[in-house]
Design a protein around this ligand. Structure first.
Ligand code: TXA
Ligand code: MG
Length: 325
C-alpha cells in the first residue's frame, strides 16, 4: 500500500470527505494538527486503534490522546474539575492536553487509554477539528511517526516514514507550532506538567495562578510512557550544549549565536536567527531530520534558552540525546 496524499489547500472538502470515509472503514489517517501530524483513528473502534499501535510499532501500554471537536464533546467523555475546565476554556482549541477521569459509559475504547481510568483530551485547531465534527466521534491520534523516532511536522515527513503503511495522508503544509501539546494533570490545587509543549508553563500559570509541579526525570511509568528517556531520536548521536563543532558534525544553533568551528561544520541549521522561540519550535523536528539526512558523525546542538517554548524544545532535545535503549 502506498498512501494517497490529498492537499488541503487544493480541495479541503475532498480531503474532509476522504478522511472521514477512511476513518469509517476503520483505517488510520495521517492528518495535520497545529502541533505535529497525527495518526488518527476512531477512538471507539478497537480494530482501528490496533492498527495505530501496529503502524507505529508503539507499545500498547502507552495511551493515546483523544481529540475532540470542542469542549461540549469533551464533556461527554471526561470529567472536568474547575481548574481543568478553566484551562480548557482558555486554551482550546490549541496545543494543550488534559489528563481527566473517564466518564462512565463513554464509548472510548480501553485500547485508546491503555486501560487506564483517565483519558488524555485535547481539542485541535483547524482541519482535524472539522474531521472530528463530521465523524461525530473522538479521534485517538499519536504523532504520525514510527515509535521512538522524531515527530513529523510535514506530510513529507509522514510519507517518508510511514507512507508504505498508510492509505491516506492529508497534506496541510508545515505544522505551525512544531512541538507536541503540553500535557497537564490537575490534582486538587496542584497542576502537574507531564510534558512541556506548545503552551508554555508561564502561560498556564498566568491562567491558573497555581504553581506548576514538573515531572521529575524522564521515567518509564505508566503515567507518561511517551516520556521514555530515548524518544525523538534521529539516527546520528546528538550532543547538547555544544560550544564547538567538528567538521564531521552537523550543528543546530539558535539566535545567530557563534559556535567555534561552525564555518567548517558539515552543515549548520539555525532554529531561529532572530532568536524567536516559537519559530525555533516550528523548525526543530524538520532541522533534526535535515541534519540527520546528511549522515554526519554526530549532531551538535548549541544551548537554547529554557524559558517559554524553550522548555519544550529542550525537553525534546534531551530525549533526542538520551542513551538509546
Ligand atoms: O500534540 C500532540 O499532543 C500530538 C498531536 C497529534 O495531537 N499527539 C501526541 O501524541 O503527541 P503522542 O501519542 O505522541 O503522545 C501522547 C502522550 C504520551 O506520552 C502518552 O503517554 C500520554 O500522552 N498520555 C495519553 N493518555 C494519557 C493518560 N491517560 N495518562 C497519562 N498520560 C497519557
Ligand atoms: Mg509521539
Amino acid at each position: 500500500m502506498t498512501a494517497r496524499i490529498i492537499h488541503l489547500r487544493s480541495d479541503e472538502e475532498d480531503a474532509l470527505h476522504a478522511a472521514v470515509d477512511t476513518l469509517r472503514e476503520g483505517l488510520p489517517v495521517a492528518l495535520p494538527t497545529e502541533t505535529v501530524y497525527g495518526l488518527a483513528a476512531d477512538a471507539t473502534n478497537p480494530l482501528a486503534l490496533t492498527r495505530i499501535y501496529e503502524t507505529k510499532g508503539r507499545p500498547r501500554f502507552n495511551p493515546l490522546i483523544c481529540h475532540m471537536a470542542d469542549f461540549a464533546m469533551a464533556e461527554q467523555h471526561a470529567l472536568f474539575d474547575p481548574v481543568s475546565q478553566r484551562l480548557a476554556e482558555h486554551f482550546w482549541p490549541g496545543p494543550l492536553t488534559l489528563i481527566l477521569p473517564l466518564k462512565e459509559g463513554t464509548p472510548i475504547h480501553p485500547l485508546a487509554t491503555a486501560g487506564l481510568a483517565t483519558v488524555g483530551v485535547r481539542v485541535p485547531v483547524g482541519f482535524a477539528g472539522s474531521v472530528i465534527r463530521r465523524l461525530g466521534r473522538p479521534l485517538a491520534a499519536p504523532s504520525a511517526n514510527t515509535s521512538g523516532k522524531v515527530s513529523p511536522t510535514s506530510a513529507q515527513h509522514v510519507a517518508e516514514d510511514l507512507g508504505e503503511k498508510l492509505a491516506l495522508i492529508i497534506d496541510g503544509g508545515a505544522a505551525p507550532v512544531g512541538v507536541e501539546s503540553t500535557i497537564l494533570c490537575v490534582e486538587g490545587n496542584t497542576v502537574r506538567l507531564l510534558r512541556p509543549g506548545g503552551v508554555s508553563a508561564e502561560q498556564i500559570e498566568a491562567v491558573t495562578r497555581l504553581p506548576i509541579v514538573r515531572q521529575e526525570a524522564p521515567t518509564a511509568t505508566i503515567e507518561a510512557p511517551g516520556m521514555l528517556a530515548s524518544h525523538y531520536a534521529p539516527g546520528a548521536p546528538v550532543r547538547l550544549n555544544a560550544v564547538a563543532v567538528g567538521p564531521d558534525e552537523a550543528l543546530i544553533c539558535f539566535g545567530n549565536q557563534e559556535v567555534a568551528g561552525q564555518n567548517e561544520a558539515a552543515a549548520l541549521f539555525d532554529l531561529s536567527p532572530a532568536g524567536d522561540l516559537a519559530e525555533a519550535a516550528a523548525n526543530l523536528f524538520d532541522y533534526l531530520k535535515k541534519a540527520d539526512a546528511i549522515r554526519p558523525r554526530g549532531i551538535a546542538v548549541a544551548a537554547v534558552p529554557n524559558e517559554g517554548l524553550g522548555e519544550a524544545i529542550n525537553d525534546r532535545l534531551a530525549r533526542a540525546a538520551a542513551p538509546r535503549s
